[in-house]
Write a protein that binds this ligand. Structure first.
Ligand SMILES: Cc1cc2nc3c(=O)[nH]c(=O)nc-3n(C[C@H](O)[C@H](O)[C@H](O)COP(=O)(O)OP(=O)(O)OC[C@H]3O[C@@H](n4cnc5c(N)ncnc54)[C@H](O)[C@@H]3O)c2cc1C
Length: 393
């Protein structure tokens, strides 16, 4: 694209911005390097593990990615980063997801926890956490949701109370992905309530091995263990593990959500199924299969363009809250529709124990894909953000 495209709207409305972006020089060489890395290092995985692989964890694989410079790619070198271009990072993520690589162990820390510490953390916090995240040795989790506070995040009740040179915390987080593997949680806690509810919130860096923290698994309906309940019982958090100023939590969380919502993982969770369907269709698919492959490829290509443009906006220092919400909403709709379309088109069983990769992938993704439009903000919440950003409510 040679110039910026805008979807027009009445004057008072914000518009959807598609920023021009040019792949950085050497982008195709980088793609080849990642493929070569994967050929040498990708652990043997059963087909279902290649689906939704950004939630599938492998410590050793994450450590190898860290050594190869594929984590913390855009962070400053002084914190273990590699000062690469954000679109180079995008290319690496895309290749890893397309191969179904198990990147779940470090995904949250690389995408979200690290950038948050980089932006709002102190020098001490940066030195303490970022190099270990970059090395693929320290993993993170997001402590936002609580029982009764999911969509309405501003209503979190777990309270941090001042105690000498720190804070005491008792309460509970829920649906915490990766807490059973992570050493670090960034938790949104209530530290006061002056004025509106959004004002009394502060984020803290919590050592999940500290006394007073208990992590309990939640097993999902497909039998997987991705998320957890995390309980705090009189946990002490030193004040130097507070992120930014007291009361700045809401501002930080909203900045973080654009990072969480706009990446390629928001439309590639079913890519392994798509590949398997194409493989099975062979070189001469019938007319209906040709049409389906064409339709899904075109939708993916469009989503990719929107997602990369949002990455370019983040890199340019813009606030793409609207664009990120649209990418996630459309991306999740695509990811949820894909298994249903494959089920209708391909003559495959739905059986997690089948010998056929297609049947196992389909069975898994039909079970777990309803959750894709819950994690990271539900469809209704995203559409509310979109409507507000466009001046429609
Ligand atoms: C796979 C997965 C992983 C997750 N990982 C994490 C994690 O790592 N860390 C974390 O903190 N959380 C995590 N979550 C939690 C997730 O963020 C919440 O499930 C989500 O925000 C919805 O909150 P809730 O479950 O409390 O539902 P509720 O907020 O109770 O919503 C229930 C329904 O009501 C609708 N609704 C609610 N409010 C409104 C409104 N104002 N207008 C219109 N409709 C509304 C919702 O859209 C939804 O359909 C995860 C969830 C899933 C499914």
């Amino acid at each position: 694209m040679s110039s910026s495209t805008q979807i027009s709207a009445p004057q008072s409305m914000r518009t959807f911005r598609v920023l021009p972006f040019t792949p950085p020089p050497g982008a195709s060489g980088l793609r080849q390097q990642v493929r070569a890395f994967l050929a040498d290092n990708m652990p043997p995985t059963d087909a279902p593990y290649r689906a939704n692989s950004w939630t599938v964890g492998d410590r050793e694989f994450s450590r190898k990615l860290g050594q190869a410079g594929y984590i913390a790619m855009i962070w400053p070198k002084q914190y273990g980063g590699h000062e690469r271009h954000p679109l180079e990072r995008y290319i690496v993520l895309e290749e890893l997801l397309a191969a179904g690589a198990p990147v779940g162990m470090h995904w949250i820390a690389d995408r979200q926890s690290g950038p948050l510490i980089l932006r709002f953390g102190t020098e001490k916090q940066r030195m303490m956490f970022l190099p270990r995240i970059a090395a693929g040795e320290l993993f993170g989790c997001i402590g936002m949701s609580e029982p009764g506070s999911g969509s309405d995040l501003a209503s979190v009740r777990t309270r941090a109370i001042r105690d000498g040179d720190g804070w005491r915390v008792s309460g509970q987080k829920v649906w915490t992905t990766n807490a059973h593997n992570a050493g670090l949680m960034i938790a949104l806690l209530r530290t006061g309530e002056p004025g509106g509810r959004q004002e009394g919130l502060t984020q803290f860096l919590i050592d999940l091995t500290a006394p007073g923290v208990t992590v309990r698994p939640i097993i999902d309906l497909a039998g997987g263990h991705d998320f957890n309940e995390v309980f705090f019982d009189d946990l002490f958090i030193p004040d130097d593990m507070r992120v930014g100023a007291e009361g700045d939590g809401w501002k930080q969380v909203t900045a973080e959500l654009s990072l969480e919502r706009s990446g390629p993982e928001r439309y590639m969770s079913c890519f392994a199924l798509f590949l398997e369907m194409v493989r099975r269709a062979g070189p001469t698919p019938d007319a209906a299969m040709t049409a389906l492959i064409g339709r899904l490829s075109a939708e993916m290509w469009t989503l990719r363009h929107m997602s990369m443009s949002t990455a370019a906006q983040l890199a340019a220092g813009n606030d793409p809250t609207l664009e990120a919400a649209i990418v996630k909403d459309l991306g999740n709709s695509f990811e949820q529709e894909l298994p249903r379309l494959v089920q209708a088109a391909a003559d495959a069983d739905l059986d997690l124990s089948s010998n056929e990769d297609l049947a196992r992938l389909l069975a898994l993704l039909l079970q777990i894909s309803p959750s894709f439009s819950l994690r990271g903000g539900t469809r209704e919440i995203l559409r509310g953000i979109i409507a507000r950003s466009l001046g429609l409510r």
